[in-house]
Ligand binder design. Structure first.
Ligand code: HEM
Length: 221
């Protein structure tokens, strides 16, 4: 289906996604302040962790969806979705620092170093920081497109770390179903990029192989 929104429609789409992405957060706040949660700390820590992972998958899905549908405008949603990954990850980390350690940074460090699943989650969060900081147009200009692109490939490290964190956490409970599902989703989303990149390189190689012939041809001509 061919769909190319005009700037006004794109504005509405962006606004709707912005509002929808806030729904889980508003729901968590609402349920907490109205005292409807039996285990509020667990609910919020897990809810924010889940939504970090969902937005990570949604953000990684933008490029494959754009390529398959040829809806190039989808790329204009990627920055906002990526910032929502950071938003929920920051909330997730803050709940951990607050509810688990009452903002005692030293105790938090001990925990980060002691429990491997926390170490991995923390590493993923730390790697998300430069991505969020450099998400503005001014930073893209300052870094230059190539360097910015390289830096933003960190997301290919963040996603497997996020899965490993989830896997490790659930391993303690011998519950692997969800980590396997998300592991497969992330593997597919990263795998298609590899396949496309290889095809692109092969096409470039084929193109550069035919170049000398063309040059020879023109020299002769
Ligand atoms: C990109 C970064 C991260 C992602 C994608 C992520 C994702 C998740 C997910 C999906 C869960 C399980 C939720 C559920 O049970 O449904 C979880 C739990 C948890 N995460 Fe993270 N997380 C990240 C970073 C962090 C960081 C930085 C910390 C703390 C330093 C952390 C600490 C925890 C804790 C304490 C739990 C709950 C464990 C439990 O209830 O037993 N995570 N995370």
């Amino acid at each position: 289906m061919d769909f190319h929104p005009n700037p006004r429609q794109l504005g509405w789409i962006k606004g709707a996604i912005f509002a929808l992405a806030l729904v889980p957060f508003v729901r968590m706040v609402y349920l907490s302040v109205t005292g409807q949660l039996v285990e509020p700390l667990e609910f919020i820590t897990r809810g924010t962790g889940d939504w970090t992972l969902y937005f990570l998958c949604i953000t990684l899905a933008v490029t494959p969806l754009r390529k398959l549908s040829k809806w190039n405008w989808l790329i204009k949603l990627r920055r906002m979705l990526g910032l929502y990954v950071f938003f929920y990850a920051a909330l997730h980390f803050t709940t951990f620092l607050w509810f688990d350690h009452f903002f005692d940074v030293q105790a938090m460090w001990k925990d980060v170093l002691k429990r491997p699943f926390i170490t991995v989650g923390f590493a993923a969060f730390v790697l998300l920081v430069p991505l969020a900081v450099t998400s503005t147009n001014a930073m893209v200009r300052r870094l230059g497109g190539k360097r910015w692109q390289w830096l933003h490939r960190l997301v290919y490290v963040v996603a497997p770390l996020g899965i490993l964190h989830f896997w490790w956490m659930k391993a303690g409970k011998h519950n692997f179903t969800q980590p396997i599902i998300f592991g497969v989703i992330v593997a597919v989303l990263l795998g298609v990029r590899l396949v496309w990149r290889q095809r692109q390189m092969r096409a470039q190689q084929a193109c550069s192989c035919s170049m000398p012939t063309a040059r020879t041809g023109s020299a002769r001509g």
